[in-house]
Design a binder for this molecule. Structure first.
Ligand code: AMP
Length: 193
């Protein structure tokens, strides 16, 4: 089994690299952002509450996303592995993920952190906003708020995995295929261990 936390600020390329990883390793992609947007599209109560928070560029409460991920892990007992994309975003979420993994007899093998400069993130998100249909990708103030929220609450999650010797930094400024090559080389070294 291969369970990866794909980490990085908004616009770092997590979604793009996830698409390539799914094909290469047949993993199940769990993006809390995608699941929340699906809840919004379905008009659920959870979606309505989450939308107000997402429209402010803030993080939705830990228990909401933790519950969503737990359901997905439980409902995929035969998975070859999971890519956690955009989760965990707080240390409390990381601790909860460890707990639910051990309760389900699995573990997180590594955190792959896509490192990209803030300037580049703004550019990429604004560009994505032209086609993504996401309102949070089209408002410069909201983009700034999301990057701030990342720097304040999410960055410390990297230390959590570093303390478990599971942290791997990847140069996310490189082109898509180069980033993917760096990722597969880290993963193949890990699998040799
Ligand atoms: P993303 O698609 O990962 O950029 O997420 C879009 C928005 O969904 C974020 O700005 C947050 O408001 C919310 N969100 C997604 N994942 C999480 C998470 N793990 N914890 C809290 N909020 C999240």
């Amino acid at each position: 089994m291969l369970n990866i936390v794909l980490f990085g600020p908004p616009g770092a390329g997590k979604g793009t690299q996830s698409e390539k990883l799914i094909v290469h390793y047949q993993l199940i992609h769990l993006s809390t952002g995608d699941i929340l947007r699906a809840e919004i599209a379905a008009g659920t109560e959870l979606g309505k509450n989450a939308k107000d928070i997402m429209d402010k560029g803030l993080l939705v409460p830990d228990d909401v996303v933790i519950g969503m991920i737990e359901n997905k892990i439980k409902s995929n007992p035969d998975a070859k592995g999971f890519i956690f994309d955009g989760f965990p975003r707080t240390v409390a979420q990381a601790e909860a993920l460890d707990k639910m993994c051990s309760a389900n007899g699995i573990e997180v093998h590594c955190m792959l952190a896509l490192v990209v400069e803030d300037e580049e993130l703004y550019k990429r998100i604004l560009e994505r906003g032209k086609t993504s249909g996401r309102s949070d990708d089209q408002n410069p103030e909201l983009i700034k708020q999301r990057i701030e929220e990342y720097n304040k609450k999410t960055k410390p999650v990297a230390d959590y995995y570093a303390s478990q010797n599971k942290y791997y930094a990847i140069n996310g400024m490189a082109d898509i295929n180069t980033v993917f090559q760096e990722i597969t080389s880290v993963l193949s070294n890990l699998q040799k261990r």
